[in-house]
Design a protein around this ligand. Structure first.
Ligand code: UFG
Length: 339
């Protein structure tokens, strides 16, 4: 049993990690300030796991508070997910993104040093690679994030590298997510974007439920089999399991390391739309629109390193991703706050 602090635990990925951590008998302290999430998501988690867990409503940049709470809880591990994550907003408000994402990480590292916690697992992103120079993307691919959000992920990875270098017993595990989608099989937790969804899956879910009229397909002239963008979609429950695998196999990591989390499979926008239509039994009207600025044609991952170091690989397929997403969407047509 490990004692885990989970930052950003009320969000889409965080809620699924709480379920997995408690199912595997770990003790969690969740920290969130609900800037981009709802307390109802945590109530739903409690329903799934049938028990309560420790929770703190706090801004991670509040160093004094975070230090005090870490001293009391004495974590063995920190899983750090909290952060601002909207690509477009990060271009408009770069300083806010650097300030929030970087200062909160520094505050956590200080609190860890103060209480002797040696392992941090950080939610990084495939976005650190920028435009793929070859596929599948492996961890030694060059870097080239194209927006402040992606750069903040890369800068934090570098900070963690120096932090781990300064103490022979410290470990920093950067998990580079590809495209997390889907929901818990219960349909009680899932992705609940607060505004118009930026990402494909929640948008398709809202078209299927009738909340949005049609899907805009951003470009059909990419160099891909059907011309639409190809991505490596990974089920959020597989992603959650990877974090707990990182906790349970941290002895395999020396100092700092980065590990891709994907499925080794690429799916196009039209393939997603068709699969979602099949699994939801709803019509999904769509229109072909111009390319979205900053998008790449194709992006998918290798999983070799995750398999070797964490003993983890993705198990769930596209049908699981669509059917679970639809279950959550149909139970929460207007998100958590409407239920
Ligand atoms: N797409 C559409 N219509 C939409 C939304 C998306 O056609 O309404 C297309 C995009 O053009 C792309 C694919 O669907 O081809 C996936 O787009 P997403 O926005 O869902 O995901 P991205 O791959 O663009 O972005 C994700 C994460 C980011 C991260 C990025 C790079 O959401 O946080 O991967 O790793 F920065």
């Amino acid at each position: 049993m490990a004692r885990i602090v989970l930052t950003g635990g009320a969000g889409f990925i965080g809620t699924h990690i709480i379920v997995e951590a408690i199912t595997q008998s770990h003790e969690v302290l969740v920290i969130d300030n609900f800037v981009n999430s709802s307390p109802k998501a945590l109530d739903a988690v409690k329903k799934i796991v049938g028990q309560d867990f420790e929770f703190l409503d706090a801004d991670l940049c509040d160093e004094g508070k975070i230090k005090h709470v870490f001293e009391k809880f004495k974590p063995d591990f920190v899983i750090h997910l909290a952060g601002l994550k909207a690509v477009g907003e990060s271009v408009e408000k770069p300083i806010l993104y650097y300030e929030q994402n970087i200062l909160s990480t520094l505050s956590i590292l200080k609190a860890m040093d103060n209480c002797g916690c040696k392992v941090i697992i950080f939610s990084s992103s495939a976005t650190v690679y920028g435009e793929p120079q070859y596929l599948p993307l492996d961890e030694s691919h060059s870097f080239g994030p194209t927006n402040p959000y992606g750069k903040s992920k890369l800068f934090i990875e570098e900070i963690l590298k120096d932090w781990a270098k300064a103490d022979a017993s410290a470990k920093a595990i950067c998990l580079r997510y590809f495209n997390p989608v889907g929901a818990h099989a219960s349909g009680l937790i899932g992705e609940d974007p607060q505004d118009i969804p930026n990402n494909l899956f929640p948008y398709v879910a809202q078209v299927a439920s009738g909340k949005r009229e049609f899907l805009s397909v951003f470009g059909n002239d990419y160099d891909t089999p059907d011309g639409t963008g190809v991505r490596d979609y990974i089920h959020v429950c597989d992603l959650a399991e990877a974090h707990i695998a990182a906790v349970e196999n941290s002895q395999n990591i020396e100092g700092w390391d980065a590990i891709n989390l994907g499925t080794e499979n690429g799916c196009s926008v039209l393939e997603i739309k068709d699969a979602y239509k099949r699994m939801s039994n709803r019509d999904i009207p769509y229109k072909i629109m111009p390319r979205r600025e900053g998008d790449v044609g194709s992006c998918w991952s290798t999983s070799a390193k995750a398999k070797t170091l964490l003993g983890w690989e993705a198990k769930r397929d596209l049908e699981d991703m669509c059917s679970s997403s639809w279950k959550f969407q149909s139970k929460h047509p207007n998100g958590y706050d409407d239920n």
